[in-house]
Design a protein around this ligand. Structure first.
Ligand SMILES: NC(=O)C1=CN([C@@H]2O[C@H](COP(=O)(O)OP(=O)(O)OC[C@H]3O[C@@H](n4cnc5c(N)ncnc54)[C@H](O)[C@@H]3O)[C@@H](O)[C@H]2O)C=CC1
Ligand SMILES: O=C([O-])CC(=O)C(=O)O
Length: 332
């Protein structure tokens, strides 16, 4: 059997919290397969280089046979060269007294330069997952400056919100997470997100029971929403730092859906152009998506109820305000 050609996976913020969980999972072969070798391109800033070197030592000590070559760099123009995948973690996380939007001032400029670098040196087919917060707007900034890369190739991580909602439903119904299908979030990865279970169902054997028949309306529009909306902060309050293992897990889930396809809806933060839900264009918005042959599309057949439409509008307003602040800060 001939060996597959190595692919190149670039990861920014590679010395950080999320990366420490994500990189070992990728190196195990879980994401790209046991027969797919890869080059790892690890990007961080100067003060983080000793930690990055320590990480590389640990990778060496793990004897991962799929790693073809590893580079460490502070230069995104070197780090993104020929990348097939780029996972953008590198940015500053919030503390317990901040909202994700408060990070705009510190983080947007990072995504401007990275968008430019991706545009110049990555493959045109690169799949980019943006994770750094506020993630929707950072992904929009990346897309704006990555002029040579189709906007469809740049996706914001909102999968953690979907995963959290499935976990809540699993505990509420005392059913396994794998039995809960078609639940997703609309809008921003923020406290405004709206979790939609109106198309969701519990799958047991071939029997599908709508979730709306299994959970009370009051819970669906109350505690279910607020728990999801505040989950990131709740983790920060307990851990003293933001979610890392679950965020890394959500990156893997998102990329598996995007690469290998989906049978049900999944949450993806994607460019809003040509969506059927009255979300204005040029926003990165979490929609119910399905994936096939390495491409995503927004599911077009849903009928949001009036409450859901109100929440979509709330998220649009918030994202337009973030976009105005971000583009104002960047000024070109
Ligand atoms: N979208 C989502 O669902 C989630 C997003 N996040 C966000 O992910 C980001 C990363 O989180 P953590 O890994 O916990 O943070 P961390 O602080 O542990 O790591 C971030 C890393 O990024 C590096 N960095 C900073 N500026 C950089 C630049 N210009 N280029 C390359 N690297 C740079 C830092 O040196 C650090 O090593 C944060 O913005 C956090 O809020 C976290 C959890 C979930
Ligand atoms: O809450 C945060 O700052 C980190 C994050 O995005 C999450 O855990 O959802």
């Amino acid at each position: 059997m001939t060996q597959k050609k190595p692919i190149t996976v670039a990861i920014t913020g590679a010395a950080g919290n999320i990366a420490y969980s994500l990189i070992f999972r990728i190196c195990s072969g879980e994401l790209f397969g046991n027969d797919q070798p890869f080059n790892l391109s690890l990007i961080d800033i100067e003060p983080a280089l000793p930690a990055l070197e320590g990480l590389v030592m640990e990778l060496q000590d793990s004897n991962f046979r799929l790693i073809n070559k590893t580079i460490c760099t502070t230069d995104p123009f070197e780090g993104f060269r020929d990348a097939d995948y780029a996972i953008l973690l590198g940015s500053y996380p919030r503390n317990k007294n901040q909202t994700r939007k408060d990070l705009l001032g510190k983080n947007v400029s990072i995504f401007k330069i990275q968008g430019k670098a991706l545009s110049f040196v990555a493959k045109k087919t690169v799949k980019v997952v943006v994770v750094g917060n506020p993630v929707n707007t950072n992904a929009l900034v990346t897309a704006k400056y990555a002029e040579n890369i189709p906007k469809e190739n740049i996706v914001a991580l909102t999968r953690l919100d979907m995963n959290r909602s499935i976990s809540q439903l699993s505990r509420k119904l005392n059913k396994n997470v794998s039995n809960i299908k078609n639940v997703f979030t609309w809008g921003n990865h923020s406290a405004s997100q709206f979790v939609d279970l109106s198309n969701g169902y519990l799958l047991e054997g071939s029997k599908k029971t709508p979730l709306t028949e299994l959970v009370e309306k009051e819970w669906t529009y109350g505690e279910f929403q607020t728990t999801n909306q505040t989950r990131g902060k709740a983790v920060i309050l307990k851990r003293g730092r933001s979610s890392a293992g679950s965020a890394a897990n959500a990156v893997i889930d998102l990329l598996k859906s995007w690469i290998y396809g989906t049978e049900t809806y999944v949450s993806m933060g994607v460019i809003s152009d040509n969506n059927p839900y009255n979300v204005p264009e040029n926003l990165i918005f979490s929609f119910p998506c399905t994936c096939k042959n390495g491409s995503w599309k927004i599911s077009k057949d849903l009928k949001p109820n009036d409450f859901c439409k109100k929440m979509i509008k709330k998220n649009v307003d918030e994202l337009v305000s973030e976009r105005n602040i971000a583009f104002g800060l960047l000024q070109d």
